[in-house]
Design a protein around this ligand. Structure first.
Ligand SMILES: Cc1cc2nc3c(=O)[nH]c(=O)nc-3n(C[C@H](O)[C@H](O)[C@H](O)COP(=O)(O)OP(=O)(O)OC[C@H]3O[C@@H](n4cnc5c(N)ncnc54)[C@H](O)[C@@H]3O)c2cc1C
Length: 447
């Protein structure tokens, strides 16, 4: 017999926790189903930074209120306790393969401004999950770890999730099971999406990293023997620790060899001479065009489930919160015999705050440089001319605008010296499905 709830939330990530918290706080009976046997434990790679604290993101200015230890979302008016460690991040530095630096934001100037100068916040995701787990329990959310939802069936007035030998019936289900969502797949949400590729990564917590500013995000990129990879190095909020990630959308790339390259051969090798690996993680994420209408048959999608690849943690939390409010409104409306508007409010928000506001093709273009250029020398040449500091930015949707500002000034020089590079870059204007056609052909979605 299925246990009965007002709302079933599948997935206890940032989106699922916030959905469960919103619905629980509103007095609904909520079941939160999580595949991992320990909902707090982090198993998937994540750089664990809250993006874009110097710009609106999904309609909100994100603030960490350190005095009361709360993460606050200005426009949507919600907040929750986070009393784990954190560290302000003041700028992003992109290194070309030969070590030329392009800076997004003036590190020293921004650091002087303290909280008002940060572009992002490094935090501990396990501490965040611990806080959120405690908070959902205070709202009587029933948390079920170790439930791998495999099947979802709907009737006119209920929806049932089944997995790991158990069954849960709800009036609504919020699918927050991430970018490789089983719920989205079995409910047919992926049928109308364009599949592009997979974003794969490995990451390590490291101690003993030298020569990098402690409050800075570092990115680099390189062509390797078998493909290409990006390096991200972010300070952890724990003193002396860094989060080192190597990612690629090319399935031919050997990520462990790429990690070795950045640590032992590249210009960055001296940073890692004394580095010690403390923990290791991995990730493989489907990259699709977004779901335009994230609702069907009493199932509402939240967080990465309906996104290109990721809404980022901030976007996932906002969308989870909105989904929890939407389902609460719909349940109350049904109880009172009113017209159901809760779900359409969420759908309107999704279109306005995500689909129409951000261009998912720009997001994918951020990963597409290796399909435009073909050698490390070309990358060194192209970015070597950018010497000025670009606008401070840690936002995957607006980053290309900041870079465009730097490129505009150097294009006349490149046109004169290396017109063939400009010709290659022009391919960037094509639909992203054409830019990534080569990699799409050799990739397939993870289920
Ligand atoms: C390498 C890498 C680095 C990243 N770095 C950053 C960063 O610095 N900043 C940032 O903002 N974002 C970053 N992200 C993205 C970020 O991790 C996600 O956007 C965010 O976690 C999405 O939250 P979510 O709740 O939608 O999904 P997830 O965090 O994916 O949570 C989904 C949950 O559902 C559970 N689940 C899955 N399937 C089932 C099932 N069938 N049944 C039950 N439970 C299920 C999973 O175990 C998981 O707990 C990174 C991602 C990667 C891969």
């Amino acid at each position: 017999m299925a246990r009965k709830y007002d709302a079933i939330v599948v997935g206890a990530g940032p989106a699922g926790f916030l959905a469960a918290k919103a619905a629980g706080e509103n007095g609904l009976d909520v079941a939160l189903l999580e595949r991992k046997s320990d909902p707090i434990q982090l198993t998937r790679a994540c750089a664990q930074s809250l993006v874009s604290t110097n710009e609106y993101y999904f309609g909100n200015l994100l603030r960490y209120n350190a005095r009361d230890k709360h993460l606050c979302f200005s426009s949507d008016g919600f907040s929750f306790k986070y009393d784990g460690p954190y560290r302000d991040l003041y700028n992003l530095v992109m290194y070309t393969p030969n070590g030329h630096k392009v800076e997004f934001g003036d590190y020293k100037e921004l650091k002087k401004k303290g909280d008002n100068g940060r572009v992002g916040i490094s935090f501990d995701k396990e501490a965040l999950f611990q806080c959120l787990l405690e908070q959902v329990k205070t709202y009587n959310v029933d948390v079920f770890p170790g439930i791998n939802v495999q099947k979802v069936t709907s009737t006119a007035d209920s929806v049932t999730a089944e997995g790991s030998g158990q069954s849960f019936e709800g009036r609504y289900l919020i699918a927050a099971d991430g970018c490789n969502s089983r719920v989205a797949e079995v409910m047919g949400f992926n049928k109308d999406r364009n599949y592009y590729c997979n974003f794969c990564g490995i990451s390590y917590y490291l101690s003993g990293v030298e020569s990098v500013e402690p409050d800075q995000i570092v990115k680099s990129t390189a062509f390797l023997k078998d493909g290409h990879a990006h390096l991200y190095l972010l300070p952890r909020p724990v003193e002396g620790e860094y989060n080192f990630s190597v990612v690629s959308i090319d399935p031919r790339t050997d990520l462990e060899a790429a990690a070795e390259y950045f640590m032992k051969e590249a210009f960055s090798a001296p940073w890692f001479r004394k580095a010690k690996q403390l923990r290791a993680f991995s990730a493989a994420c489907n990259c699709y065009s977004p779901v335009i209408k994230p609702y069907k048959d009493r199932v509402l999608l939240a967080g990465d489930v309906g996104s290109t690849q990721e809404l980022e943690i901030t976007g996932a939390m906002i969308s989870g919160w909105k989904a929890g409010q939407a389902v609460t409104t719909a349940v109350l409306e049904e109880n009172l015999g009113l017209e159901i508007t809760g779900i359409s409010q969420y759908l309107d928000w999704w279109i306005k705050a995500y689909i129409n506001y951000y261009n998912h093709e720009d997001y994918m273009r951020g990963m597409a440089l290796p399909y435009l250029l073909s050698t490390n020398e070309e990358i060194d040449y192209l970015f070597g001319y950018i010497k000025e500091t670009l606008p401070a930015c840690w936002n995957p949707y607006t980053g290309s605008k900041a870079m465009g500002q730097g490129m505009a000034k150097v294009i006349p020089i490149i046109q004169k010296e290396r017109p063939e590079i400009l010709q290659k870059l022009q391919k960037r204007e094509l639909p992203i499905s054409q830019v990534l056609a080569e990699v799409t052909k050799i990739s397939k979605p993870v289920l």
